[in-house]
Write a protein that binds this ligand. Structure first.
Ligand SMILES: Cc1cc2nc3c(=O)[nH]c(=O)nc-3n(C[C@H](O)[C@H](O)[C@H](O)COP(=O)(O)OP(=O)(O)OC[C@H]3O[C@@H](n4cnc5c(N)ncnc54)[C@H](O)[C@@H]3O)c2cc1C
Length: 327
């Protein structure tokens, strides 16, 4: 029998091996696997996917793939594409907002231009209501170099707009303090609009918790603080223990439905998605799409090999269900 440490180290090495062999896997196979997690390459494919999810009762948020840029022209192009996405969502009357990666708009290359481009997207969304409501522009949170500039960007944009939100990561040691700081800055200005996730980038132990149980404890601590502060929270997780903890807190604090939603990634744990919807909770699906699907998938897996293990398991279960049902 393997002890838990040996099992974890074996799983880690297996996940690293999956990432290492990825370049050898033919693209059509990678595409077949990633098709569960990416809505497609084109705007039409994305709109069709959103319409299907809306019909199931789920809201969506759209992520245009392609965050690593080498030139600000790419940032301008991405900003223009987001304007078109906002227009199309409104034209089709779809229940969706957008998520942007600040680095895709130049956060670490040219902060001022990045600010202007994101301000332009937020202003476009503010003037393009869907069902009478301006869609939210959510600032995704990236690796730790981006945390302080993204928070600064968020607080600056909030002086002008209410349809903008931010993501915080429970694995960051600073997050509880960031929540308190942002909530105090935005008290009386409609409050903060958060998405809380565990965090996907590999960060050093000095700034981020590494132990899974501690990350989960911090997730619950931060979530409770956000709810106590009266902020809106997008509870972004597929971890059933955290979903349970969130339901407990929502009940304890009697949080109204316009102050929270669950959030999940496209294609991940659809059984959990259907249960959450069935319990009557608002739920939003994160829908990535775009031509850069291959770069997106391979980068994500390299950044965090654990995801490779999740994807491998989910794919095996989908393609060979009888093996797992027999066990
Ligand atoms: C809506 C949404 C937005 C996000 N935005 C950000 C962001 O801005 N910044 C950031 O750093 N991170 C973001 N993340 C990612 C997040 O930080 C986690 O890395 C990811 O959600 C996995 O954490 P978990 O809470 O689901 O728990 P885990 O313990 O990692 O996963 C729980 C279970 O979910 C399943 N699972 C999880 N991920 C996958 C997957 N990719 N494929 C297949 N199965 C999977 C597995 O069965 C796993 O056992 C986002 C996540 C969501 C849901």
């Amino acid at each position: 029998m393997m002890d838990s440490h040996t099992a974890m180290s074996f799983t880690h090495r297996f996940n690293q091996l999956l990432v290492a062999v990825l370049p050898l896997v033919p693209r059509p196979i990678v595409k077949a696997i990633s098709s569960s997690y990416v809505a497609g390459e084109t705007m039409d494919e994305m709109l069709t996917c959103v319409a299907k999810l809306n019909a199931l009762g789920a809201r969506c948020t759209i992520d245009l793939l392609g965050e690593y840029i080498t030139h600000m022209d790419q940032a301008h192009e991405t900003a223009r594409a987001y304007h078109t996405i906002v227009e199309q969502l409104a034209k089709k009357g779809l229940d969706a907002n957008v998520s942007v990666k600040p680095t895709a708009l130049g956060l670490l290359m040219d902060g001022n231009t990045c600010h202007q481009l994101i301000e332009g997207i937020v202003a476009k969304a503010a003037s393009t209501p869907i069902d009478g409501k301006a869609p939210l522009v959510r600032l995704d949170m990236e690796h730790s170099d981006c945390t302080t500039p993204t928070i600064h960007l968020y607080l600056t944009l909030r002086q002008q707009f209410t349809n903008v939100g931010i993501v915080l990561q429970a694995y960051m040691r600073r997050t509880l303090g960031d929540v308190r700081h942002m909530c105090s800055q935005l008290a009386g200005a409609g409050g903060a609009h958060f998405r809380l996730c565990k965090g996907i980038y590999v960060e050093p132990r000095t700034i981020a918790f590494k132990d899974k149980d501690t990350i989960n404890k911090n997730y619950v601590l931060v979530l409770e603080e956000m709810l106590k502060q009266g902020a809106f929270v997008g509870i972004a997780t597929h971890d059933e223990r955290l979903v349970w903890e969130a339901c407990r807190l929502l009940d304890e604090y009697k949080v109204p439905k316009d102050k929270y939603e669950f959030q999940m990634l496209l294609g991940v744990d659809e059984a959990m998605r259907d249960m959450i919807l069935g319990w009557g909770h608002p739920l939003r699906i994160y829908v990535p799409y775009g031509k850069d699907w291959y770069g997106y998938c391979t980068r994500r897996l390299k950044e965090n090999p654990t995801v490779a293990g999740h994807v491998f398991n989910a794919t095996m279960r989908k393609w060979f269900p009888w093996v797992f049902h027999a066990a």
